[in-house]
Write a protein that binds this ligand. Structure first.
Ligand SMILES: *Cc1c(COP(=O)(O)O)cnc(C)c1O
Length: 428
């Protein structure tokens, strides 16, 4: 494959955009080389500026669960755009998507829409602090909750890939209110709670972690968090920006039958447009302005194009009761195929997977927290990544990322991918 035009475009971008990208994970810093510039995408495929076709396992880092340029979403956006693109006034569409989301997700009465997952998590924590009148939060090493100040403390994939786990620019005043626990370690959480009695507003967690590869919650972990929160007047925040509307209709709350107090959404809920949301029971959500004292706002929040895309996406998922089963079957097929060829080629690996999220780690030990996620062999990953790109398969340019399976992938695509992995892993 040729990357002449991508390289040229990147060189031009670097002159006017820091690092040539508008989000660091798009750069190829961890794997070397220069980013591939996309021209278009349809279904399971990306088409780049040099005319190469790539099977896509990033899918915009999660949103495109039904594949790229999904017709009903595209149509909805085009139709709405003709009627005006932003008003800063209420529209019926906002109530329609809110009602649908509330009907799909367990244990929420009201939802507020924002423009990104970052905003959703940042606002959820402010709401939790306002509601509990406490300042501190607990987050887990390797979990990512967007780039707002409170969360940039051992924040998983992007931050780790670039070697700045704790970002300069976050004041020590802010950092001291974020307590760090290790994922899947309830004892650690319990100790922090005891040491900070009546000071912790919320525990925020990726209920299936996806920003240090895919890491499932250990048996009893989420149940234990629920119990600790209830016993100590702490709000449990599920950051379902990645898992919401992907792992089940009602997200991880439904999948594992555990209630959170506040749930954050992003990615799939916007159908590929910039959308985030946070939701909770009425008593908590009524704390938000204009009903309550906790301020939160947005000029473009509930934007008609974004809401139209999100509504079309949620409707498609709501109407197709087999979708999550189908996604899981495709992922299991891919996982089994990868396992088969890596074993045959004597590669040391661990595969983690939940629903349509899957990650391949080049390490023999179980990967169940941030520390074990970092133990993989990055030199092997680099060869793996570049080898796959050369074969026409695109995964995230970092060993810390999850692959996202879309319904647009056919079993032929999956076989093509498994064969490519077979070929590439022979060269390790
Ligand atoms: C992507 C992600 C975010 C941040 O969402 P943005 O839309 O990129 O701001 C937050 N939490 C989780 C779990 C995510 O995967």
């Amino acid at each position: 494959m040729i990357y002449q035009r991508s390289s040229q475009l990147f060189a031009e971008a670097e002159k006017v955009i820091p690092g040539g990208v508008n989000s660091p994970v798009r750069a190829f810093r961890a794997v070397g080389g220069t980013p591939i510039f996309v021209k278009s995408a349809k279904g399971a495929y990306l088409y780049d500026e040099d005319g190469n076709r790539l099977i896509d396992y990033i899918n915009s880092w999660g949103p495109m669960v039904l594949g790229h340029a999904y017709e009903p979403v595209v149509e909805a956006v085009i139709e709405k755009a003709k009627l005006g693109t932003s008003f800063g006034m209420p529209t019926e569409l906002e109530t329609q998507i809110a009602s649908l989301a509330v009907s799909m997700v367990p244990n929420i009465d009201k939802i507020r829409f924002v423009n990104s997952g970052t905003e959703a998590c940042m606002s959820a924590v402010r709401l939790a602090r306002g509601f509990t009148k406490r300042d501190k939060i607990i987050k887990f090493a390797g979990c990512y909750h967007g780039h707002s100040d409170s969360f940039l403390i051992q924040a998983g994939s992007g931050a780790v890939t670039f070697g700045t786990p704790n970002s300069p620019g976050v004041t020590s005043g802010t950092a001291k209110d974020t307590l760090l626990a290790s994922y899947n370690d309830l004892e650690n959480v319990n100790t922090l709670i005891k040491a900070n009695k009546n000071e912790i507003a919320a525990i925020i967690v990726e209920p299936v972690a996806g920003n240090m590869g895919c890491i499932p919650p250990a048996k009893g972990f989420l149940e234990g968090l629920r119990e600790l929160c209830t016993a100590n007047g702490i709000l449990l925040i599920f950051d379902e920006v990645m898992t919401g509307f992907r792992l089940a209709r009602g997200g991880v709350q439904e999948l594992f039958n555990i209630n959170a107090d506040i749930v954050c959404f992003g990615k799939v809920i916007g159908g590929g447009l910039p959308v985030g949301a946070f939701a909770a029971r009425e008593e908590i959500m009524n704390f938000l302005a204009p009903l309550g004292p906790v301020y939160q706002a947005g000029t473009l929040s509930g934007n008609p194009l974004a809401m139209a895309a999100g509504l079309a996406m949620l409707q498609a998922l709501d109407n197709d009761r087999e979708i999550f089963k189908r996604l899981e079957e495709k992922t299991a097929y891919l996982g089994a195929g990868i396992e088969r060829v890596l074993k045959a080629n004597n590669v040391v690996f661990t595969i983690n997977s939940v629903g349509s999220m899957i990650s391949v780690h080049f390490d023999a030990n179980p990967v169940n927290d941030f520390k074990s996620a970092g133990a993989g062999d990055n030199e092997t990953f680099k060869k793996f990544f570049h080898g796959l790109v050369a074969e026409g398969v695109y995964i995230a340019p970092s060993a810390y990322e999850t692959w996202f399976i879309t319904d647009a992938l056919t079993y032929e695509d999956l076989d093509f991918t498994i064969n490519a992995i077979d070929k590439v892993s022979k060269t390790f």
